[in-house]
Design a protein around this ligand. Sequence first.
Ligand code: BG6
Length: 477
Amino acid sequence: MKFKDNFLWGGAVAANQCEGAYNVGGKGLSTVDCMTGGSLNKKRVYTDGVIEGEYYPNHHGVDFYHRYKEDIALFAQMGLKCFRTSIAWTRIFPQGDEETPNEEGLRFYDDVFDECLKYGIEPVVTLSHYETPYGLVKKYGSWRNRKMIDLFEKFAVTAFERYKDKVKYWITFNEINSVLIFPQVPTGIRLTDKDNKDEVCYQAAHYQMVASAKAVIAGHKVNPEFKIGMMMIYPVTYALTCKPEDQIAVMEAMDKQYLFSDVQVRGFYSNKMKNFFQRDHLNLDITREDEEILKQGKVDYIGFSYYDSHTISATEKNNGSGNFFGGQNPYLKETEWGWTIDPIGLRIALNQLYDRYQVPLFIVENGLGAVDKVDRDGKIYDYYRIDYLKQHIEQMKLAVNIDGVDLMGYTPWSCIDLVSMSTGEIKKRYGFIYVDCDVNGNGSLNRVCKESFYWYKNVIATNGELLDFDDYKKKER
Ligand code: BG6
């Protein structure tokens, strides 16, 4: 039960959730800078700009902007082979449509990538991870507007040219299919009562996919060695019962997800989705030229996030769970935030995607959001996280060795604690490294390696061979 010798063991974060310094170094305002804190029962709100007196947790993140050297040194100590992060678009183009990029922003990422390379850590870089320049929202209505395609392409090319000798692995958009579930997060679009929701969302999705394809074409010209991937939430979905109608409900739900991978991997919309657009009278701006670009801008691999699985029924109303759609599963346990825990679902995800596309797969997010307590001895014994990750890695092994899936790497979310995307709370922790910061942003920001840090270090050192709880303890720390 092996992984490839060059398997990319890593960890993932996103710029907006860890960097902080939201108005430092010439950075402009992004959509997520205007997102208030929340909790499981209190939705985060997008305000119109930054309002005094409101609390915006992403403004401080975990201060990676100033502490990246210390953090990357810890990543190196853990043995990470790669580090997935994103570039904040507004550090490079503060308003989104400037003629020339912001040199200070570009230099910051030069420094981050150099620091990674110093330790032999390969950067895996997402261009757009849930933040759009607020200037573009105000000026153009964000991804409602075709103009965004060229603005994104310009941003992408600027990054490709600048970092062409430092970064090989790229991802264009984070969780591109999330536009169908929570459109404002990935696109910056605020829906109004007058909007035909489907029309707006599929249109924005189309523009993003064309933008992604243009970036892929340009990126391969800048450096033919680049590996540029798409990235989606992979929502493993079970029929709630064995009623045929429930199977059809699953099929239809998945068709809408495969739209994104079909277009980005195969280069065209399926007949089924074209029929759906027609049947639902969606008036979409999809030109011949766009279709040609999609054909040419196919990605090199599929990156996906997998946290949980879902159930769907044709008749019962789905109450929604986790970071996607669908209902709970009576056979599975859930996290404190109601996300089902389903390691076997990861094997299913890997099989479904590989059977359909036969391109390399990269699990770029997977992890457990949990409340961690600092023990009296100052340590954090997060055995529940070790257990979650271990069970998922076991399923990866089966998918690779039994099912023959081509898996490039694994970057659990997240290598260090950071601000949760959905709730804005730092207490929903995912990291191998604890950050002393509370839900109101108070704390020393000191870093402490959790028990999972030492466990994961051993997993990487043995290329996934030793996964057991006690294996790492036998070794000297
Ligand atoms: C993914 C996102 O959906 O899930 C991340 O790409 C996010 O940005 C992660 O942080 C976990 O979700 P949450 O809401 O628990 O932070």
